[in-house]
Design a protein around this ligand. Structure first.
Ligand code: SF4
Ligand code: SF4
Length: 530
């Protein structure tokens, strides 16, 4: 026997790229001083939350909460910036510049939120919002433009931001906190609201309110993160067109047109949202208000809503699946596909989650249908049958589904549960479109199973929690009610296995091409002879 050479490795078994999800624990010794300051500030921010919760301290609870939120954001940005700027990540000069500008912009927002925004709105708009967007764009250009297109798996599951690490959880708290303030304590956002006053005057001819601030932030998030998606998925024409589409519909249909309608003294109407997602558009109160509006445009809006909900939606879904809306038009989908893209892999792929999803999303659909029916019966009978019941239903639906689920949970939980929590578990529009897609549509994702190497990229990046690989391995078409047709599974597949297609309905449901063990019966010689 010959000798086996055994050479001790000269380098440590583990690379020097430490796991940032542990940065608060064992990896703490590896934190840079900037990161430590960032985490200390974040901790101080959380402390202020406690002060707010118990009403202790010299300042009011709301002010303590706002201050805590802002300090927390700043601490996180500092931590994150220093994390990314650590030598191990080898950030380019452009990326570092972008991060610095982004951090400076957040500081501007912080200053504006303390009330300074009311004193010099234009200055704080340029400083806070302008620098944040500019920094983000510079950063994405540096991070993606000069690099190969497509996903980068490296580090994704070890990042404190994208793998439910400390930063991810804290971002979830910040996003959720923002929604809580927006819905129930808008006074705490006064400084920020005044910062967008000049833009509101320009677009709507009047001062801003919290919803204009929200619309501005929302639209900018879709646009800036849309640029990131364009860089990242530029190798796929489908992704480029789809991303441009959601950016266009958000900017024009959900932001500019409603603002222009306000200037023209018309109802503020969103032509890209329909019942049951925009539930009130077919409720008696809104219909009555629109119909009574002078000039005929209100009547057209009611007509538009009815036609889109009951005629265009089934027809378009028959031809293209639910993707025509969920991944090309809808603002919620647009935010998920752009702002939520860094967390898309966090969707739960388990069978349990699938079961919960079906009960919840169809439960919400039943809830909105019942509420709408009750309201119309109430309207027709002037309350003779149900009394105040229908109004109670409407209020409950508006609070639980419209505010808590769609807003607070739907976006606030991105960094923890993935980017399509609302679309998957709560959106009644997705439920209806899903039923059409499953039973009456030409859409399917075909799989060339012979080429599949079971890498699992498709399942990992499916934001709707669909185990695409399971289908691909069997050569079986993916036909799922929840699939929003985003096409990312196809874009990240290294073997070109998956294709989004609209074909004849016949043969759409194909069985697995694999012969499975249970499908075989072994016969003995006696069996054959007998
Ligand atoms: S199966 Fe593919 S196209 Fe459908 S939602 Fe998942 S990633 Fe998007
Ligand atoms: S990404 Fe492609 S190769 Fe990988 S498991 Fe999915 S279908 Fe198979």
């Amino acid at each position: 026997m010959g000798l086996v050479n055994h050479v001790e490795p000269e380098v440590p078994v583990y690379s020097d790229r430490y796991d940032r999800s542990l940065a608060l624990g064992e990896g703490g010794a590896l934190l840079t001083s900037g990161q430590k300051v960032g985490m200390a500030l974040a901790g101080f921010g959380l402390l202020l939350f406690v002060v707010a919760a118990f009403g202790a301290g010299p300042i009011s609870p709301v002010k303590a909460f706002v201050a805590g939120l802002l300090v927390l954001v700043f601490g996180l940005v500092l931590y994150y910036t220093r994390s990314l700027a650590a030598p191990t990540t080898r950030l380019s000069k452009g990326a570092r510049t972008g991060l610095v500008l982004f951090g400076a912009g957040l500081l501007g927002l912080l200053a504006a939120a303390t009330g300074a925004g009311s004193l010099a709105p234009v200055f704080f708009f340029a400083w806070g919002i302008g620098l944040t967007c500019l920094g983000g764009l510079l950063y994405f250009r540096a991070r993606y433009a000069g690099h190969p297109a497509g996903i980068r798996n490296d580090g994704l599951m070890h990042s404190a931001t994208t793998a439910r690490g400390a930063v991810g959880w804290l971002l979830g708290i910040v996003f959720t906190g923002f929604y809580v303030l927006l819905y129930w304590f808008p006074g705490a956002l006064e400084g920020l609201i005044r910062t967008v006053d000049p833009l509101s005057h320009l677009l709507r001819g009047g001062p801003a309110d919290q919803w204009f601030l929200y619309g501005t932030f929302y639209t900018l998030a879709v646009l800036v993160m849309g640029v990131r998606a364009l860089y990242r998925y530029r190798h796929s024409r489908y992704q480029v067109l789809r991303t441009l589409s959601v950016m266009f519909f958000q900017l024009v249909f959900a932001y500019l047109i409603p603002a222009i309608l306000v200037v023209l003294n018309q109802p503020e109407f969103y032509f890209s949202y329909f019942w049951p997602l925009k539930y009130s558009y077919l409720w008696p109160s809104d219909v009555g208000w629109l119909m009574a509006h002078p000039g005929g445009l209100g009547v057209f809006m009611v007509f538009w809503g009815v036609v889109l909900s009951f005629v265009a939606t089934p027809i378009l879904t028959y031809f293209f699946g639910k993707r025509w809306y969920c991944s090309w038009v809808c603002g919620c989908g647009g935010l998920a596909e752009t702002f939520g893209d860094p967390w898309r892999h966090l969707s739960d792929k388990s069978l349990k989650a699938w079961q919960i999803e079906r009960w919840m999303v169809h439960g919400v659909l039943v809830f909105v249908v019942v509420t709408t029916a009750l309201l119309w019966i109430n309207s027709a009978t002037e309350g003779a049958i149900f009394g105040g019941l229908s109004q109670a239903y409407a209020r409950a639906y508006g609070f639980l589904i419209g505010a808590v689920f769609a807003g607070v949970i739907g976006v606030g939980f991105y960094p923890v549960m993935g980017s399509r929590v609302w679309c998957r578990f709560g959106c009644p529009m997705a439920a209806i479109l899903g039923l059409f897609q499953k039973y009456f549509s030409r859409f399917r994702i075909t799989t060339n199973g012979g080429q599949c190497i079971s890498c699992g990229n498709c399942s990992a990046y499916c934001e709707m929690g669909i185990d695409v690989r399971w289908y691909a391995q069997r050569g079986q078409n993916v036909i799922r009610a929840s699939c929003v047709g985003c096409g990312i599974c196809s874009a990240v597949c290294p073997r070109g296995v998956l294709n989004l297609e609209n074909g004849p309905r016949r043969g759409r449901y194909n069985g697995p091409v694999l012969v499975e063990r249970d499908a075989l019966t072994l016969l003995s010689e006696e069996d054959v002879a007998g």
